[in-house]
Write a protein that binds this ligand. Structure first.
Ligand SMILES: C[S@@+](CC[C@H](N)C(=O)[O-])C[C@H]1O[C@@H](n2cnc3c(N)ncnc32)[C@H](O)[C@@H]1O
Length: 279
């Protein structure tokens, strides 16, 4: 990673994603790919368009965008986590997608992009990690052509039924655990109005947001635990001392018992918000 590409990652969230990359969206739970496909629908990409996917991860948005623009178009994915980029680039190669490219990079280094301007900039569940949202949005705007569009997804309110489970996991972290920049720690991300206001302040026009609930299904608590290691929740689990992990898991599973369906499965309701705006 070159200098500047770790801007905003001092908290270590990128390294968490780097360690999660091997199983990210590959635990048998339908999650990021579902939201990636939906974001691409909302962006209304047309064949032949040039698209930038910011924070591409394992390609949830990227592969759907590649299909939407077709071989006459071009999709470039960037992500600061090398583990994500290596795996996604390998999949691009395996699928023979000559119009898709994936590189190490971050929002903070977009201004260097030699391939701008793009018709669309997409960011699936990424922008809430930026310590400086305004500068990040401005940079996305700079690499868009006039008339181009930005489309990004973010989380609405958490499922309150799961709060005791997550609190139980957090309670095993040592008191001096440094805070992670999670969506819910920045007030901007609480309301559609404040996010849309940030988008307008950054120079975009006519922001529109749709909110869609989605029920995630876990076959059993074990699948939930493995899934939690494969995404940003890993930050909570990694902070638990190794010699207390078994106890932490058992405590979480006690809370999960109350949420289990008769067949042992679990449902987690997530609320997705998709915001689209024009340049
Ligand atoms: C929740 S994942 C989303 C990945 C993918 N877009 C998806 O929908 O599955 C967040 C991704 O954002 C990346 N990320 C974190 N900080 C970033 C930054 N400053 N610029 C670009 N990407 C960043 C992480 O490395 C991680 O891969």
């Amino acid at each position: 990673m070159t200098r500047g590409q770790d801007a905003g990652t001092g908290s270590g969230i990128v390294s968490v994603f780097d360690r999660a990359a091997a199983t990210y969206d590959h635990t048998g739970v339908d999650f990021f790919s579902v939201f990636g496909r939906r974001l691409v629908e909302i962006a209304a990409l047309a064949p032949g368009e040039r698209v930038l996917d910011v924070g591409c991860g394992r390609g949830a948005v990227l592969f759907a965008a590649a299909e939407a623009v077709g071989p006459a178009g071009a999709v470039r994915g960037i992500d600061p986590a090398p583990g994500m980029v290596t795996r996604t680039a390998a999949e691009v190669h395996e699928r023979g997608l000559a119009h898709v490219r994936v590189d190490i990079g971050a929002v903070e280094t977009l201004a260097d992009s030699t391939e701008a301007p793009y018709d669309a900039v997409l960011a699936g569940l990424v922008l809430f990690f930026l310590p400086d949202l305004h500068t990040g949005l401005r940079t996305c705007r700079e690499v868009l052509r006039p008339g181009g569009r930005l489309a990004f997804s973010w989380f609405g309110p958490d499922d309150p039924r799961w709060e005791p489970v997550l609190s139980a996991a957090r309670s095993f972290r040592p008191d001096d655990t440094p805070p992670m920049p999670m969506p819910w720690t920045n007030d901007v991300w609480r309301e559609v109005a404040s996010v849309e206001a940030a988008v307008v302040t950054a120079g975009f026009s006519e922001p529109a947001t749709v909110e869609e609930p989605y029920d995630v299904t876990f076959t059993d608590p074990g699948q939930w635990w493995r899934w939690s290691w494969s995404n940003g929740s890993r930050a909570i689990l990694e902070a638990i001392p190794a010699d207390r992990l078994a106890e932490a898991r058992a405590t979480c599973e006690q809370h999960l018992e109350r949420l289990q369906e008769p067949d042992g499965s679990l449902r987690l309701r997530v609320v997705l918000r998709y915001t689209r705006a024009g340049r």
